[in-house]
Design a protein around this ligand. Structure first.
Ligand code: HEM
Length: 190
């Protein structure tokens, strides 16, 4: 078999195209960093100009998350017909609770990520960053979207934990190499 043919077989056997795999891990890292930055450098900090740099970084990362999540959804929809039918995947065959919630949790993760970004943009707007990037309100909780953005972040954490638990279930209890589903390797029983 030629190199090209081998590459095509490997690509066809993969669960996701490379762009979706790269975006999955990039988004995971970005969400982790954006959340960590807010929790460690924004929430405990006083509202002084010293908070502006971490806040700008948080906003830029949050916007990148929005764009990349939207891009991933588009690529996912376009590539769906080339992937194996959902009912044949191990995810769909399984019945335990963690297996049943796997797919709904995936879609809620998309929704929560997009809503985090949108409420973040709305909050920044309410706080005056559209007119002046250097504005620093006395209290972000004066704006209604602050509480919604914070509550959504708790929901996002819960969804990430559930997502990780479904991975633990498939990887360790079912003994499937679930990590390979979202990595650049062919699946053995494709
Ligand atoms: C997926 C993307 C995002 C995540 C995961 C995220 C996460 C967070 C978290 C965890 C907090 C603190 C919540 C709390 O504990 O109460 C926060 C606060 C905040 N976020 Fe985001 N955020 C995202 C996107 C954005 C965007 C796009 C913007 C603006 C363009 C933004 C602006 C803010 C602001 C202004 C605060 C308030 C900071 C403070 O109270 O000192 N966020 N964000």
């Amino acid at each position: 078999m030629s190199n090209l043919a081998l590459k095509l077989v490997i690509l066809a056997a993969m669960r996701y195209p490379p762009a979706l795999i790269i975006l999955h891990w990039l988004l995971a890292a970005l969400i982790f960093i954006t959340f960590g930055l807010a929790t460690l450098a924004l929430v405990p900090a006083a509202n002084t100009p010293a908070k502006l740099v971490p806040l700008w970084a948080h906003m830029a990362l949050g916007l990148a998350i929005f764009l990349l999540t939207a891009a991933r959804l588009v690529i996912r929809a376009r590539s769906a017909k080339n992937r194996r039918p959902a009912r044949k995947t191990p995810l769909a065959r399984s019945r335990p609770f963690l297996a049943q919630i796997a797919r709904p949790v995936q879609f809620l993760l998309y929704a929560a990520s997009l809503l985090m970004s949108l409420t973040g943009v709305g909050l920044a707007w309410q706080a005056g960053y559209a007119e002046n990037l250097r504005s620093m309100p006395a209290n972000f909780y004066a704006f209604p979207l602050r509480a919604i953005h914070g509550t959504l972040s708790t929901l996002l954490v819960i969804l990430v934990v559930l997502h990780l638990l479904t991975w633990v279930y498939y990887q360790f209890l079912r003994g499937e190499n679930a990590l390979a589903w979202i990595w650049f390797r062919p699946k053995k029983n494709g």
